[in-house]
Design a protein around this ligand. Structure first.
Ligand SMILES: CCCC/C=C/CC(=O)SCCNC(=O)CCNC(=O)[C@H](O)C(C)(C)COP(=O)(O)OP(=O)(O)OC[C@H]1O[C@@H](n2cnc3c(N)ncnc32)[C@H](O)[C@@H]1OP(=O)(O)O
Length: 405
């Protein structure tokens, strides 16, 4: 349980705490009841029933919208969301000058007694009809010198039929922000469909990545419960995009790697490391638990004892140790790392792409269901851990500069 002062600390670090969902925060202009009725008469016929996961994903996708879908769409999303989660409108009608409140109330009330399941399905259908505008930051197509225009922290480039995703926050040791999780997820989705043969992950600067940005929980709005639920879903989608990635995925670990930057390596097809790289998963000292499917992949890769040393006791290992344990494919001297690794990748990228893809499928597809289940469970447990006193204290300690690794 949080103490009052811990809650205040989390809130104080926020850029402003809003109490509603993103839907409620949107500035919606006036919307009329007749318009609202029209929307629902067309969409309430659907017979299918969306799962909780489909609904959660749709809610998540709405948060990733790059373009404003317009007031009508936002009102429709608001009303369907409320109906799907709370049932028929159960709040008093707002006063006449509360235009926004009225518009939202009208929209929700217009749904009458539409069952929650139908509202959920209609929400999912409606979001998928908005989809073309969802992923504009990392569009598909030829991989020629493409980059994520809206993201300086995750840069996507293309070289010799290889798509390169670079973590680009060297001043912060490439710590992964909440936005970066989403950008990487989109970048992987785009890379899975572009015409590259191999996808490479690396870091800019002297770190590969210091893992999760520890300020991720202090600079967002919304209630704590909502923020942790959203974070768990974002993490789950992020890890899912590694599990499902269909082409060879290679990590070039140019320097130290921490936390989630280490754990997801178990989902890569090859990991090349500089001899300056280290691998550290200090979960217990942060009051948290393993993610990135490492609770399953690490014991498989290195055996349960070595996995426990890393994941439970937080032992930091060198690149050579990681190679001996099977997490790293090969280690190169730092001075020649880029040259040697790229020479190898350029040669590999000339292999017939379909054969490589199908080969990967054979190696990986049988364990996929298990990996998705592991990912879901790790995210569920983490969501609880983030609320724990142990975790809140550890993050506080880091920012008071006493608690470096
Ligand atoms: C929502 C999904 C959540 C998924 C969960 C994942 C779990 C994890 O990934 S757990 C791992 C979390 N990472 C850490 O605990 C690392 C924390 N960082 C450090 O201990 C040190 O910064 C370092 C050992 C990585 C580097 O130390 P060094 O002395 O060389 O450099 P610093 O001066 O500390 O760092 C420079 C600059 O960068 C900031 N920074 C570095 N890492 C992080 C981080 N992970 N989160 C936030 N900020 C980080 C550091 O504060 C410095 O910032 P200032 O220059 O502004 O002081």
């Amino acid at each position: 349980m949080h103490t009052h002062s811990q809650f205040r600390w989390l809130v104080r670090r926020g850029a402003g705490v809003a109490c509603g969902t993103r839907h409620q925060i949107w500035a919606i202009a006036l919307g009329g009841r007749s318009l609202v009725s029209k929307w629902f008469s067309s969409s309430s016929r659907t017979a299918m029933v969306a799962s909780e996961k489909d609904f959660e994903n749709a809610v998540h996708q709405v948060k990733l919208l790059k373009e404003d879908p317009g007031n009508d769409a936002k009102l429709k999303l608001y009303a369907l969301y409320k109906q799907a989660t709370e049932g028929p409108c159960n709040v008093p009608k707002p006063r006449v000058f509360d235009f926004l409140g009225r518009a939202k109330w009208d929209a929700w009330t217009a749904l009458g007694s539409l069952p929650k399941e139908t509202a959920r399905q209609n929400y999912v259908d409606f979001v998928s009809s908005l989809r073309p505008s969802l992923t504009s930051s990392s569009g598909e197509g030829p991989a020629a010198h493409r980059s994520l225009p809206e993201s300086e922290d995750v840069v996507v480039t293309s070289k010799d039929s290889i798509t390169v995703i670079t973590l680009n926050r060297p001043a912060k040791k490439n710590a992964i922000t909440y936005q970066m999780y989403q950008d990487i997820t989109l970048a992987l989705k785009a890379a899975s469909k572009d015409n590259s043969t191999i996808t490479v992950f690396t870091g800019n600067g002297n770190y590969y990545s210091s893992g999760n940005d520890l300020s991720n929980f202090s600079n967002r709005s919304g209630s704590l419960q909502q923020m942790y639920a959203e974070s768990a879903l974002t993490l789950r989608n992020f890890v899912d995009s590694f599990i499902d990635f269909p082409k060879p995925l290679v990590a070039l670990v140019n320097g130290p790697a921490v936390g989630i930057a280490v754990t997801v390596l178990g989902l890569f097809d090859a990991v090349y490391a500089s001899d300056r790289a280290t691998f550290h998963t200090p979960f217990s000292s942060l009051g948290i638990t393993p993610e990135g499917c490492s609770s399953y992949t690490f014991p498989k890769i290195m055996g349960p004892a070595k996995a426990a040393e890393m994941l439970i006791f937080g032992k930091k290992i060198t690149a050579r140790e990681a190679c001996a344990q099977g997490l790293v494919t090969e280690v190169f001297p730092h001075n020649t790392f880029q040259k040697e690794a790229w020479a190898r990748l350029t040669a590999y990228a000339k292999n017939p792409p379909k054969a490589m893809r199908i080969g990967k499928q054979l190696l990986r597809s049988f364990g996929k269901e298990t990996l998705h289940a592991v990912n879901a469970e790790e995210c569920r447990v983490l969501q609880e851990r983030w609320l724990s006193e142990e975790c809140v204290n550890a993050i506080q300690t880091f920012f008071s500069k006493k608690g470096k690794l």
